[in-house]
Unconditional design. Structure first.
Length: 251
């Protein structure tokens, strides 16, 4: 899947100058959520295996957008950074109530050493998108609408884990804690691809300066975040917003 995306990105770059119609620069931020499906790896707390975890993602950066000669087909590419966070926890609210009302007699019996892990992955973010504008850009409209598909290529920069161990079973040394952190981060996927449809509204405010919002309800495809203990990723409710400058807008 990487090669078609990279080939498309190269095509994108080589056609920018040739198709330089209604170009604009965008600064954007894009928060959202995702579900990470866990497998039954030994690094996962027993009661969380084969379940999903909700995580959050945020991306920000700069994009260049232009239209082809038919003025309806819009292409974008850019560069930025993104961060994904999700957690693994041994104990739940149910465990608290069981322990409280059973006076400890019904407490968890497994000896899994880790009580909580927060995973944070940071990426170099390369967005590429194709969209169709419902409004011709040369008609001087203040509000324009479009719909398309985003391809987000994320190249891993750093993965880190914050770990709290279960002191009932394991109190690690500094070296032991570092070994645990390495176990949880060593399998982080180096390249994460996400494909998602979106709807966009742009509002021109003054002489080509404006803002836009973009909503993506779900992803068609997303790579898993860790090769060892996750099996799939599903993005939900991504929302982008930002400012733009349209170079040849005469309003």
């Amino acid at each position: 899947m990487k090669k078609p995306i990279l080939a498309f990105a190269i095509f994108f770059a080589t056609t920018v100058h040739a198709q330089n119609i209604h170009p604009r620069i965008e600064l954007y931020a894009a928060p959202g959520f995702f579900f990470e499906q866990l497998n039954n790896d030994s690094l996962i707390p027993p009661d969380r295996r084969m379940h999903s975890r909700l995580g959050d993602v945020v991306s920000y950066g700069m994009q260049y957008r232009f239209s082809l000669k038919n003025k309806r087909l819009l292409l974008k590419t850019g560069i930025g950074f993104s961060e994904r966070n999700y957690s693994l926890n041994k104990y739940s609210l149910d465990d608290f109530f069981v322990s409280l009302f059973s006076f400890g007699l019904g407490s968890r019996k497994d000896t899994f050493a880790v009580a909580y892990v927060k995973l944070t992955n940071r990426y170099l973010h390369i967005p590429v998108s194709v969209a169709w504008s419902f409004t011709r850009p040369d008609k001087g409209k203040v509000v324009t609408l479009s719909a398309g598909i985003n391809f987000h290529s994320d190249f891993l920069l750093k993965s880190k884990a914050r770990i709290d161990t279960d002191s009932s079973y394991y109190i690690p040394s500094a070296e032991g804690l570092n070994e645990l952190q390495d176990k949880y981060t060593s399998g982080a996927t180096k390249y994460v691809l996400t494909a998602e449809p979106y709807f966009e509204t742009s509002i021109n405010i003054y002489k080509g300066i404006g803002f836009y919002t973009q909503f993506s309800p779900f992803s068609f495809y997303a790579s898993k975040l860790n090769q060892e203990y996750t099996s799939s990723t599903f993005n939900v409710f991504n929302f982008s917003f930002g400012l733009f400058y349209n170079f040849n807008n005469k309003r």
